[in-house]
Write a protein that binds this ligand. Sequence first.
Ligand code: SF4
Length: 221
Amino acid sequence: MPIPEIVARLESRYGVPEWNPRNNPLEELIHCILSQHTSDANSFRAYRLLRERYPTWQAVVDAPTDELAETIRSGGLANQKAPRIQAVLRAIHQAHGDYTLDWLHTLPTPDAKQFLLSLPGIGPKCAAIVLCFAMGRPVIPVDTHVFRVSWRLGLIPKSIGEAKAHDALEAIVPEPLVYRFHVALIRHGRAVCKAQNPRCEACCLQDLCAFYSQPTQAKHA
Ligand code: SF4
């Protein structure tokens, strides 16, 4: 499957993204926890409120958990996310004596990923987001859009699920294209290859798409 061709066609439609880290690795990780099962708007609001109320990560750890949950309520699932954030911060402090993940920059990508996955409640998606967005490593965060567009194109089988899709996509996407592939598929998933009723008639990938070439009955099976 011509990954460079897919990226080129999507970028001619949506533009070429520029990698700019918006957060340091620890900030990205905490924001990722807050972003689980909610919208970007809600998670950014919850993150802003958390940082406004607690001036340091130590203050977040020391806060009563129900107070922290109240602070991040707008991000959803606050009663699960508050203790998870505190547990992750404690584990990071225990591992390195400080509230920072900047030292991950010195590790090879597999070792950095292994440490992130060892943290309580951190799965492949959050690990990949930290590695890709905050550190510029060639690791693909697989969200619902990346997963859906990938299996529809026939790059991966739908049956493997989002968690295993990380490794499956990393095996076939050339390293220099990882970030651009991720962004291009998200943009395409939002604009054209929507979850319900993909707009195949407006898609620039029709001739490359396994889903499009299926008989109608098979698409709805
Ligand atoms: S042809 Fe349809 S299913 Fe295939 S990538 Fe385009 S919008 Fe998605």
